[in-house]
Design a protein around this ligand. Structure first.
Ligand code: NI
Length: 214
């Protein structure tokens, strides 16, 4: 029987789609060119808006799950829904078909020893660069330390496509998009493809959002 990992802990099963999806509402996804995608986000803290343990933070996580589901993504960072906060959600398989799902606040990428990772090329896309995919080099394993919504320390670790997701989403919270890791030529190609594909992608998301409440 295949297991599922939720917030870095192995569990026997977890609903698919995640229960967060039906609790949340879809939000607008920001697009490359918007300022909020270019700077480091504010950490989740013990007070203020979206504090640890607050209903606002729980609601935001639910809304981000719904948004990710509607947009058919495997990960989504808070600045991709126009919120300046170090938080991302994910629902992503690794290369062995094991599902990883959850959220993490204030994620920090842990540098793994060189012997425990190797650089691999893989296909990558981004909900804020709607449409195209491009090959990006990244380490094939990743470890991220952070906190759950109640402020409990968690560690997310994995390989393959899931490792790529963890790195991609953490990058977002530091104001970096995957296209900045491409050559100038490849970046131009991606942005050109986005221009011709975006409208159709937005229509598809709108149709999925509509179906959600049908
Ligand atoms: Ni992205």
């Amino acid at each position: 029987m295949s297991s599922v990992w939720v917030n870095g802990e192995e569990v026997a099963s977890y609903p698919d789609p995640a229960p967060e999806v039906s609790r949340g509402k879809p939000l607008r996804v920001t697009v490359v060119g918007e300022e909020i995608l270019t700077r480091r986000c504010r950490p989740v803290g013990s007070d203020g808006e979206y504090a640890f343990g607050s209903p606002e933070l729980s609601q935001l996580i639910d809304d981000m799950f719904t948004t990710m589901y509607v947009a058919e993504g495997v990960g989504l960072a808070a600045n991709q829904v126009d919120v300046d906060l170090q938080l991302f959600v994910y629902d992503c398989p690794d290369d062995d078909g094991v599902r990883h799902v959850g959220h993490i606040c204030n994620p920090e990428l842990v540098e793994l020893p060189a012997g425990e990772r190797r650089l691999v090329e893989g296909d990558e896309g981004c909900l804020s660069v709607p449409g195209p995919y491009a090959e990006v080099h990244r380490p094939d394993r990743a470890m991220v330390r952070g906190f759950d919504k109640d402020g409990v320390p968690i560690v997310l670790e994995g390989g393959g496509y899931y490792a790529r997701c963890l790195q991609h989403e953490t990058d977002h919270l530091y104001g970096r998009l995957y296209i900045e890791r491409l050559s100038g030529r490849a970046q131009k190609k991606v942005l050109k493809e986005m221009d011709s594909m975006a409208e159709r992608i937005f229509e598809k998301r709108a149709a999925r959002a509509e179906k959600l409440h049908a």
